[in-house]
Design a protein around this ligand. Sequence first.
Ligand code: PMP
Length: 339
Amino acid sequence: MRIKEFVKTFRPYKVLEGNYRIWLDKNENPFDLPLEIKEEIFKELKKVPFNRYPHITSMPLREAIAEFYGVSPKNVAVGNGGDELLNYLTRIFDGNYVVTTPPTFAMYNFYARLNGIPVVEVPLKRGFIIDGEKIAEKAQKACVVFIASPNNPTGNVQPREEILKVLDTGVPVVIDEAYAEFSEKSYIDLLDEYENLIILRTFSKAFGLAGIRAGYLLASESVVDALYRIKSPFSLNVLTMTAARVMLNHYDLVKQNINYIVKERERIYQEFKEYTYPSEANFLLMKLDAYEFLLERGIVVRKLDGLLKGHIRVTVGKKEENDELIKALKEFVENVGDI
Ligand code: PMP
C-alpha cells in the first residue's frame, strides 16, 4: 500500500488534548439549544423512519429554508456544513483557478488544492477591505471568487461598491455570509440582479447548531442544478435535517442569542480597543500574541499565523467566560507593558 505523496502534503487535523475550561477557538455559539427545543426535535424524530435513506436532494429542508427567505427551493442547496458546499463550488465552474483574498477562511484554499485547482490570491487592502478592481482583473480567467463577509478571521463586512465591481465581471462569486446574522448586513438582495452570485450560509454560528453539520447556499437555479448533479447523494442525514428545520421556527431565540453575543463582543472590544479590530461577527481579531498565556490559564483561543502572525482570534463566549478572558488579557497586557 502506498499513500500518495500529494495526500501527505496535507496536515493531519490536530486535536488539542488537555483540561481546558473555556473554549473560544472555533467561533461556536456559546449557547446550546434549550431542552424544550431539543425535546421538540426528538418528538419530530420519532415520526422519521431511520431505515430509509434521507431525501436524495434534501428537499424538505430546502423548502423550509426557501420559505424562511421567501425564495424558491430551486434556488437553495444544502450541505453537510457549509464546508461540503465549498468543496463542490470549487469544482462546478469552468476556469483556470480560484481567487481568494487572504487573510481569510482557510477552507477555500484547502478544497481548491484538494481538487487540483490553482489558487490566485488577491490580498486584502488596508482595513482588511477587498481590492475589487484587482479581483475583477484576476476574475477574467477564474472559475470562482471566494469572498467572506464578515471575513474570518478579521471580522469586517466587505463594502458593497467593491463587491459590485467583482459581480459585474459575470464570474461566479461566492459571498460567504457564515457570520452575517451578527452584522445584519447581507448581499442576499443582489441575488435577483446577479445570476453569478452565490450566498453561502450556515446553521453553525448564529443558529447554534455546529454539531449537527448543516450549511446552505442561495443561488441561481443553474448553479443549484449543477451542484446537485455532483453532490454526494445522502450527505445530509435525517437527524440533521430535522434539527435544522425545527430551529428555523425559533428565530426569536436565535435573535436573542445574537443580541447577547453582539453586546458581549462590544464589551470586550471596548476593553482592548488599542489591540483589537472592530468586528461585525461573533469573534474578535486581536493584535496580542497571547495564545500560550491564555492556554496556561485554561482559555483556548485561535492562534493565527502567516499574514496575521502574532495575532489571536477570540470567539465571544458567555458573560462569565468573557469576564475570565478579559481578566487574563488585562494581566497579559500589563506584563507585556512591563517589558
Ligand atoms: N465560512 C466561514 C467563513 C467559516 O468561518 C465557517 C466555519 N468556521 C464556514 C464557512 C463553514 O462552517 P460549517 O461547515 O460549520 O457550516
